[in-house]
Design a protein around this ligand. Sequence first.
Ligand code: SAM
Length: 281
Amino acid sequence: MSEDDKIWAQLARVYHTYGSPFKPTDEDSRLTKEAVASGWNGAADIPARSLLLMGVTPLLASLDWGKGVTVTAVDSSKAMIDALWPGDVPGRRRAVRGDWRDVRSLGYVYDAAIGDGVFNLMGFPDGLRALLRALSEVLRDGGVLVTRAFTRPAIRERPVDVLTQMYQGQIEEFSMFELRLLMAAQSGVQDGMTLSAAAAMWHDVIRAAGATSLTGEARWETQATETLQRWNESTFAMTFPTLEEIRNVVCEEFVEMSVAYPSYPLGERCPTVSWRLRRKA
Ligand SMILES: C[S@@+](CC[C@H](N)C(=O)[O-])C[C@H]1O[C@@H](n2cnc3c(N)ncnc32)[C@H](O)[C@@H]1O
């Protein structure tokens, strides 16, 4: 099992305990649906449409697109599909195993592609470029791409400040702490952030403070222990570009249509952005 397979198999086991913003909320899935609908409204009226879902995010998998829309979910992890996919419905939705960067080999074409946090799983900028190239090969002319992206603020926080705020009880949700720590721990977007490096920073702060608890919050200790166990050895990396950095790469293949920010705390770092594929030559 590769390092990536391992991390997704672990996530499949604990996905139900996961919170927002890592997991999208109803508001996020509504923003995705509205962005796709608005992108399709501007295009010719087509009786049957096809939509690519990158991943098997339950809230996106269960969106009702109405008659005439077929959803194909593509995910490389059997464990995630087995744990989260609500089941194939002939003519409406199916899940297949595959790599988004090689999505053409599945032989389908799409009118839209959606996915939650998918850009953050790609190396930056080369991995993101490879994904965009692959999508441009399977999207029809004028096809729509909508994704929620985890975007780092222009001024990077210091990991020690995020950890101190957690110890002082100033962070509302454990997953907000995780996201902020991962973003803060990334020294350069090109290097990304390995989970083990973020774990090491966390351990350093605990040691330096002589703290006896991982979080200072009794209600989070179990989650923190599990998270650190997953992160400690993992070379799995995420990248957190700013929205501007993402735009600079995506605009090579796509034209931006809209940006919408959710209302939850930290929503300013979790925009849902929509793009339209530039006309193919
Ligand atoms: C959609 S993403 C992010 C998780 C999302 N925030 C959520 O709450 O569901 C997670 C999924 O992407 C899949 N994945 C990651 N990289 C992939 C790739 N290159 N090709 C196909 N699937 C991939 C993983 O297997 C995992 O199931």
